[in-house]
Design a protein around this ligand. Structure first.
Ligand code: HEC
Ligand code: HEC
Length: 338
């Protein structure tokens, strides 16, 4: 009996030490600095470049959905254009509290002291100005050099606004995932284009839907643990249920041209254009309808051409809006190879 107790005591003692060691290791290792090149992209004072950046920021790439104070976000959705002084905050239970910083040129509380290369690296490699992993809310890794330049030029052109935003707080679990290299910054898998002049082709539509407006990220099922897009592209099935959905659970629909199961399969161009530019109807949907309502006619044409060119995926999304208390089904559609 005594022997058993002693073994038990030792085992527990060793376990406690291991837990403590893990705790200390994670606290020391999670904030490691990641290596990623500083892209050779310089801000420009050219008014056409700045205008392009502003269009992207308030329109398709919807930076303004997150980088404005929370109490202004609905006004920005319906047309207000204010400096991007930060403030959006989202708590993801188990992962942490994420805060979109002030990206006006204020030197103390904004991006005034950051270099062009550091700003470009955040967008392209998800490595922040302090060398840390930037939380994966900004999937713009494959934007063209010209569009990254336009965004940086626009950020620099804003009036500086003093608005201190507290830093993002990662949970212990998220820090452990970083410490052990499970979660790390993603660089582009292929070299991003240098320049991609807008036109109305499906190829340009693909660039917008995948690399600029993140239609793909929301409308393709994501593995909730790794964040990887594992579903059939654009076939829907992500469930959004957070502080912004006001108790509702919102499911992204299938936007492939599948007759019957793809929402836009029966829509002609006019109907698609009217919906895309029509703005926000529900104040609790995560889809950035307000930002997308600023899309130019040509960009809507390109996106339409691309979506219509996609393989039709037979994946039924029962409905997209579940009232508080209602439970959406769990979708498990998986693309070949995942
Ligand atoms: C869905 C919300 C969201 C959108 C959309 C978004 N951001 Fe962010 N952004 C964040 C969050 C959250 C952080 C902080 C991440 C962290 O602390 O890890 C951030 C951080 C940044 C940083 C800080 C980097 C640093 O080094 O300190 C810059 C610059 C930035 N975003 C620019 C942009 C630009 C430009 C766009 C549009 C092209 C954009 N963001 C779109 C949420 C967003
Ligand atoms: C942040 C996530 C998110 C992004 C980004 C996003 N969507 Fe959506 N989308 C949703 C959700 C959720 C719904 C269902 C709720 C709703 O209709 O607002 C939806 C609905 C739709 C609908 C159906 C509307 C209807 O009336 O039935 C279409 C079409 C659509 N999205 C196309 C797009 C396109 C095209 C893009 C990119 C230009 C895009 N979405 C970007 C999440 C997103």
């Amino acid at each position: 009996m005594k022997k058993v107790l002693s073994i038990l005591k030792w085992t527990l003692g060793i376990l406690a030490l291991l837990v403590l060691a893990l705790f200390i290791y994670v606290q020391l290792a999670w904030s490691k600095k990641y290596e990623a090149p500083l892209p050779d992209i310089k801000a420009s004072a050219d008014s056409a470049v700045i205008a392009r950046g502003k269009y992207l920021a308030f329109g398709p790439s919807h930076c303004a959905t997150c980088h404005v104070p929370m109490d202004k976000s609905m006004e920005v959705e319906s047309g207000l254009e204010i400096p991007l002084s930060g403030g959006w905050e989202l708590e993801i239970p188990g992962f942490g509290k994420f805060r979109a910083p002030n990206i006006t040129p204020d030197p103390e509380t904004g991006i005034g002291k950051l270099s062009d290369g550091e700003l470009a690296r955040t967008l392209r490699h998800a490595v922040g100005s302090d060398g840390r992993l930037i939380a994966p809310f900004m999937p713009y890794q494959n934007m063209s050099d010209d569009d990254v330049q336009a965004l940086i030029s626009f950020m620099r052109s804003q009036p500086p606004v003093k608005n201190k935003i507290e830093k993002t707080e990662w949970s212990f679990v998220a820090k452990a995932l970083m410490a052990f290299g499970v979660m790390k910054p993603e660089s582009p898998k292929v070299a991003p284009p240098k320049s991609l002049p807008p036109d109305t082709t499906a190829a340009y539509g693909e660039y917008l839907a995948v690399n600029v407006a993140n239609c793909k990220g929301c409308h393709t099922r994501m593995d909730p643990n790794s964040g990887a897009l594992v579903g059939q592209p654009f076939a829907g099935g992500n469930v959004f249920s957070d502080a912004f959905t006001k108790g509702h659970s919102m499911v992204s629909p299938n936007i492939t041209p599948h007759p019957g199961n793809g929402v836009i399969s029966s829509w002609d161009f006019q109907r698609f254009k009217t919906r895309m530019q029509g703005g926000r109807v529900l104040d609790y949907t995560p889809m950035p309808w307000g930002a997308l309502s600023r899309l130019t006619d040509n960009d809507v044409k390109a996106i339409y051409a691309y979506l219509k060119s996609l393989p039709a995926v037979d994946h039924k999304i029962v409905k997209t809006d579940y009232a508080p208390g209602e439970k959406p089904p769990v979708y498990t559609n998986t693309a070949a190879g995942n």
